[in-house]
Design a protein around this ligand. Structure first.
Ligand code: PLP
Length: 440
């Protein structure tokens, strides 16, 4: 074996969303995980403050999920997803729509959040076309939105660094303003008071393009990856009203808010605003096996069910849509959530979480703290001329001290597994306080 392919050579793997050269000089590797904790390859314990990447909502290596995957792999490993099926994909779909807001009775399976987003955008465009309104081709996203990294999601997304390298992306896309108003809302607990009026910009953008050309508006009910932006009170309701007024579909990207993150199965239920389409992934299988699901209102699904019965109604799908092992993992995950009340646990824990999180207000360089459900963010003052460096060094220090946090820009984002105990919340914030006090 040559040096180039030696098993401990880190060079060949071009890592995603990673500072590759920095990582490969000082790798951070996990060897195992159980419940709230990772073990590193050098035997250290790391408290998971981020549920992996916002996905391991039930904690790590949960027995029901592990066993379901093991059993399914030995019974039916794969079944073609096109023109054929297997019972568990249907069973899971039924269980999922039971959790969803009233009237969202159908799901389309994908393998990731990015695929869910692109699927949702395609459903929106195709829906208008089958309804005889093919001139509705425009898609509207929001500044600072993250909708994954496929072309559709990147186009409606609003993170400059994720967009600027990739040419023109989709045409016919516009963006409404983000809702981050630190000068008015800094250190708000829960939903901010100010900013609902920013939804009215949608009226202006829609008027600019003419409402009859707009297919859909997509937003994260709570933006996560871009630094935890909580919707101002009344903001989502206003978006819903404007979309209704103009016959525009409203898509909620619930890839991180889905499956209990803010104290209800979905953010749509928490905020009392029902979208037309809802994208999910991550927590659907507890992050264990790739799977996503796009929920649609019945009327949207039914609009496709016309024409000769032998014809495919929607020309879209993935080799692994509804994969048997992913379906088994999804069923076992939902069972675990339900057995342990995890889909609403964030609501019970959030007052304690909020209190402990906001107790970090006096730490150096903290310029804002925000929270909802079991999500928290601490925004740090950037080092002059070196944006992102302060938060990244907090991430490295936290890892060395046995705590996994996530950073985006100069913002620390927290989203622990929903099984976290009060003692573990204390441990998390004790560790984080030490990091923040340590000259970062
Ligand atoms: C709101 C949102 N949409 C889409 C995605 C993309 O998901 P994936 O990484 O599974 O493609 C993410 C990932 O963090 C997300 O937070």
């Amino acid at each position: 074996m040559s040096d180039r392919v030696a098993p401990n050579n880190l060079e060949a793997f071009w890592m995603p969303f990673t500072a590759n050269r920095q990582f490969k000089k000082a790798p951070r590797m996990f060897a195992s995980a159980k419940d709230m904790y990772y073990k590193t390859v050098d035997g250290r314990t790391v408290l998971d403050g981020t549920a992996g990447l916002w996905c391991v909502n039930a904690g790590h290596c949960r027995p029901k999920i592990t066993e379901a995957i093991r059993a399914q792999a030995g019974e039916l490993d794969y079944a073609p997803a096109f023109q054929l099926g297997h019972p568990k994909a249907f069973e899971l779909a039924n269980r999922l729509v039971d959790l969803a807001p009233q009237g969202m009775g159908h799901v389309f399976y994908t393998n990731s959040g990015s695929e869910s987003v692109d699927t949702a955008l395609k459903i929106a465009l195709a829906y208008h076309r089958v309804k005889g309104q093919g001139e509705r081709f425009r898609l509207i996203g929001r500044e600072r939105a993250y909708h994954g990294i496929n072309f559709g999601g990147t186009s409606v997304g609003g993170i400059v660094s994720n967009r600027k390298m990739f040419g023109t992306l989709l045409t016919g896309v516009d963006h409404i303003p983000h809702t981050h108003l630190p000068e008015k809302n800094a250190f708000t607990r829960g939903q901010p008071e100010h900013g609902a009026d920013l939804a009215d910009t949608l009226e202006r953008i829609v008027a600019l393009h003419d409402p009859s050309t707009v297919a859909a508006v997509i937003v994260e009910p709570v933006a996560g990856s871009t630094g935890v932006l909580i919707p101002p009170k009344g903001y989502l309701q206003r978006l819903r009203e404007i979309c209704d007024k103009h016959g525009i579909l409203l898509i909620f990207d619930e890839v991180i808010t889905g499956f209990g993150r803010i104290g209800a199965p979905f953010a749509a239920e928490y905020f009392g605003v029902t979208p037309d389409i809802m994208t999910t992934a991550k927590g659907l299988t507890n992050g264990v096996i790739p799977m996503g699901a796009v929920f649609v209102r019945d009327e949207i699904h039914d609009a496709f069910m016309h024409g000769p019965e032998h014809m495919i109604e929607f020309m879209h799908g993935y080799t692994y849509s509804g994969n048997p092992i992913a379906s088994a993992a999804g069923l076992a995950t939902l069972e675990t959530y339900q057995d342990e009340g995890l889909l609403t646990r964030a609501k019970e824990l959030s007052p304690y979480w909020e209190e402990q999180l906001h107790s970090l207000k006096d730490c150096p360089h903290v310029i804002d703290i925000r929270n909802l459900g079991l999500i928290g963010a601490i925004e740090l003052e950037p080092i002059a001329g070196e944006p992102t460096k302060r938060a990244f060094s907090a991430f490295l220090k936290a890892y060395d001290d046995g705590l996994l946090i996530r950073t985006t820009g100069d913002i620390i984002a927290l989203s622990p597994p929903l099984i976290i105990s009060k003692a573990e919340i204390d441990e998390l914030f004790d560790k984080l306080r030490k990091v923040l006090m340590n000259n970062i």
